[in-house]
Design a protein around this ligand. Sequence first.
Ligand code: PGA
Length: 268
Amino acid sequence: MRVIVEQNKEGVSRRAAQFVAELVRRRPRCVLGLATGSTPLGMYAELIQMHREEGLDFSRVVTFNLDEYVGLSGSDPHSYRYFMQHNLFDHINIDPRDTHIPDGRALDFEAYCEQYERMIADEGGIDLQVLGIGGDGHIAFNEPGSSLGSRTRLKSLTTETVRDNARFFGSEKDVPRLAITVGVGTILESRQCLLLACGDSKAKAIRDTIEGPITAQVTASALQLHRDVIAILDEEAARLLERRDYYCEVERLQAALQAGQLGKVGEQ
Ligand code: PGA
């Protein structure tokens, strides 16, 4: 796993947006896997700015979101559809028909989840999957104990997640207890993953994910099995990493190699 440590949240957002923008420029019909929550908000703001100021073109981009609360319609301000419209889609030139978010009001969930997987496959799979991480190490709504081979399905939220997400709803009792989420197995099939984490509340989950054993109790740890994951962290989220200095050294050497400054590689 490649680990990039930025000074603060702004740095994480900027760096993550650069990876997304680079892909969109290189492959205009790319398939992005997108996430909700507070972590990717800054990245979305950067992408909107790149669209406005540099003409970053989303007209052919296809997106699939990770999850949605069961029972909420897309016009509900707490739904992830609403979140995505508000924080990204309404401000860029993406074709609304190419934006996919699980339907929290599907009638036959089993059939719908299978269909969601098929839609991803029909677009050729996810090129770049953006991920946040829960305090308990979950990715998407794959709560501790989720199968590491899981596919899109219904999942019950843990009390910890309900508590964490109450900040978006006003109170815990209003947070839906069920969500549709892509599985860990679905995420592992993406060609590349960008794992974003900011703040002290993520430090333990990040340590467990990057340096701990692979375990269904920390579903993000399954990313160790993926061959192209880039974790972009702020200083606080990286605080408990034992090999942090090594990760920074790898980045320094990579940058020198890319800049063709082979002589600098041996320097301290
Ligand atoms: P957050 O949520 O970005 O709001 O911290 C992340 C998650 O729970 O996956």
